[in-house]
Design a protein around this ligand. Structure first.
Ligand code: ATP
Length: 452
């Protein structure tokens, strides 16, 4: 039986146990809601990042890449509206001394035990909400004065807008065209939590797609479909994904229309990715504040300010969704196994190479040769440590889709077995054909055995 409901604790515990993600600064008592990525976490992140970059940039002719700075001119954040309006409502509890987001009280835990929601105990004494700006401040240069105040970016999008002119001219593009960027963003969240779902430092993947104003509605829907398709392509279950359109009162200051692609996390349906129609807000504001005209001028002198469609997501929210969707436990031959049924192009390790007997000289030599060949092109792992069953289970737990085992028979006929993580089926194939077999296997469509 596969598990249908997965708890955040199961994901946190597997992530820690197998070195995907560690709580940060643990030897100093921890920072709370800050995490460091270990080896498999880094490999997983690299894969997700790369799949996004392929779909958004490499497989298209109308989007180019950018990598802008974290600390931008402070005026950027005045123009963007963040200095004034990038705030969440904050309330304090005078009794338990904790702070909460006034618009998320139902998701927060009161500091009193047994824990309930803030405001539900008669002893709770909440202050009136006040607006708290989520931008981290820092100072630039050796002298701390008001002129040296700067911010760590809370989104990567503004780095794209301020480079609009550079990119447009260099790339000789006309709308529709987009600029994509992956990079760290920082938000001083009032109530971070739920593992990586809400953290103060995260890696955003954003793309600003500039279009003729009359076409913006069509492109907005196009990008919602495109992004939803990407999640399905990489194996998330359709039943755990939905699109929710914001009502007018919920939209950000810049938005003419926003839809969240939501995933059914263990905490309930929550925003995985946002797709927003930002209109001409950003280019107009930066034109006003910088006095540099940000517009498209066509070959015949026609000019206009493009409208912008933005899909924006963090790697962290994708990681949590993918781990939750992939996590499974089952009993095989009276033994329990935990398995991550990750898409093969997302899994941190693509294949494991396992000599059946660690000290079998012939086996080791053949296994090492195969490993050296495969590692040139793929993320593969060589493991000769312990009983074969335990090695399989270690690979299952980190989501390795295939394991190639070198055994006695390999020595006589140069064949190996390949074991499939999901079906547990084993077949034999010539050792010389493994590389081509793996390339083919990675090209095949993959669907999770956990169902739709
Ligand atoms: P929320 O309503 O959950 O605070 P948001 O609407 O403020 O999110 P956006 O400003 O639209 O989020 O940011 C775009 C994307 O960046 C989100 O869809 C999410 O994937 C990611 N993101 C935003 N804040 C965080 C965070 N604190 N931790 C991890 N990812 C985040």
């Amino acid at each position: 039986m596969a598990v249908d409901t997965v708890t955040m604790d199961q994901i946190v515990s597997l992530s820690r146990r197998r070195g995907f993600v560690f709580p940060s600064s643990e030897i100093y008592g921890g920072m709370g809601s800050t995490y460091d990525y270990g080896h498999y976490g880094v490999l997983l992140k690299n894969n997700i990042r790369q799949r996004w970059f392929e779909a958004m940039v490499l497989e298209r002719d109308d989007i180019v890449a950018l990598d802008s700075a974290v600390i931008l001119h402070p005026r950027v954040w005045e123009a963007s509206g963040h200095v004034e309006g990038f705030t969440d409502p904050l309330v304090d509890c005078r009794t338990c001394k904790l702070r909460f987001r006034a618009d998320k009280l139902e998701d927060s835990q009161c500091g009193r035990k047994p824990s309930k929601h803030p405001g539900e105990f008669s002893e709770c004494d909440l202050t009136e909400p006040r607006q708290f700006n989520l931008m981290f401040q820092t100072t630039v240069g050796p002298v701390e004065d008001s002129g040296s105040r700067a911010f760590l970016r809370p989104e990567t999008a503004q780095g794209i807008f301020i480079n609009f002119k550079n990119v447009l001219q260099l790339a000789r593009r006309r709308p529709p065209f987009g600029i994509a960027q992956i990079g760290r963003s920082f938000r001083n969240e009032i109530t971070p939590g739920n593992f990586l779902f809400r953290v103060r430092e995260f890696e955003q993947m954003e793309m600003e797609f500039f279009v003729p104003p009359a076409d913006s509605e069509g492109w907005y829907h196009y990008w919602i479909d495109e992004r939803l398709g990407w999640y399905l392509r990489y194996g998330l279950r359709r039943s755990r994904l939905r699109v929710r359109e914001h009502g007018p009162e919920e939209r950000s200051h810049y938005s003419q229309g926003t839809s969240d692609i939501e995933y059914e996390y263990p905490i309930g349906w929550s925003e995985l990715e946002g797709v927003a129609n930002r209109g001409d807000f950003d280019l107009m504001r930066h034109t006003e504040f910088s006095t540099t005209k940000l517009e498209y001028v066509g070959p015949d002198g026609d000019r206009y300010v493009p409208h912008v469609i933005e899909p924006a997501v963090s790697l962290e929210r994708i990681i949590v969704a993918m781990l939750v969707d992939a996590y499974d436990e089952e009993v095989v031959g009276e033994r329990e196994r935990t398995v991550l049924r990750l898409h093969p192009e997302i899994a941190p390790v693509t294949a494991a190479i396992l000599p059946l007997i660690a000290k079998g000289e012939g086996m080791v030599a053949k296994a090492r040769t195969l490993y050296e060949e495969l590692r040139k092109r793929h993320s593969v792992e060589y493991d000769d440590n312990g009983a074969i069953g335990r090695r399989y289970r270690r690979q299952d737990e980190i989501g390795t889709p295939w394991a190639f085992t070198i055994d006695d028979q390999t020595l006589s006929d140069d064949t190996v077995t390949v074991r499939d993580r999901d079906s547990l089926a084993q077949e034999r194939l010539p050792i010389g054909g493994v590389r081509a077999w793996l390339d083919d296997a990675l090209e095949r469509d993959w669907q999770t055995p956990k169902g739709a």
